[in-house]
Design a protein. Structure first.
Length: 186
């Protein structure tokens, strides 16, 4: 992307040329030097950033903040989502945050909340948690030869002390629900 053909709005005579400078920043006691994207006028020497450059600078700063706060960076969120085999839309349906949340997390337009960060790590570390969230969101995965079945009158008490809140469903490979329940209740 080059701005070299843009007329400088400050002096109205020179042309703007894209530059990448250095941007020393500090956040929570951590200092670093980020890239600073801006344009320089070849006549009046004024420096200015257009919307695209401002967005790029903001993304770089957000990525630095995420690292400083111990949160997943945009690249890491993307890698994690892809590891889970989810589209951005599916991830938002399952984990929340709104329809374009993951696009914003992954480009570092937005810093995800600490709660969202923990939820994503939990989903990766505990497949059963992901399956439960996925099912509640109605984003079912079809595993070869397996289907979801409604648990019907199945009750957690049948499994002993384990308590589960909300609707619970069982995965069965091919056995009808009735047999499945009988096996759990035995
Ligand atoms: Zn100028």
């Amino acid at each position: 992307m080059s701005n070299s053909d843009y007329l400088c709005p400050v002096c109205g005579e020179g042309n703007l040329h894209a530059h990448v400078g250095k941007n020393p920043v500090e956040y929570k006691g951590r200092a670093t030097e980020l890239e600073l994207h801006f344009s320089l006028c070849d006549a009046c020497g004024s420096e200015q950033a257009d919307a695209g450059q401002t967005r790029t600078n903001k993304r770089l700063m957000n990525a630095f903040k995420k690292r400083a706060d111990g949160l997943l960076t945009g690249v890491e969120v993307r890698g994690l989502r892809e590891r889970l085999g989810l589209s951005q839309a599916e991830a938002a349906q399952i984990f929340g945050g709104g329809p374009v949340a993951f696009s914003k997390y992954e480009t570092d337009d937005v810093v995800q909340s600490e709660a969202m960060d923990k939820l994503l790590r939990l989903a990766v570390g505990l497949p059963a948690a992901l399956e439960l969230l996925r099912h509640r969101a109605g984003v079912d995965r079809v595993i070869a030869g397996e289907e979801w079945h409604a648990a019907g009158n199945w009750h957690p008490a049948a499994l002993g002390a384990r308590s589960v809140s909300g609707p619970v469903r069982l995965i069965s490979s091919s056995t009808p629900c009735g047999e499945q329940e009988a096996r759990y209740a035995a």
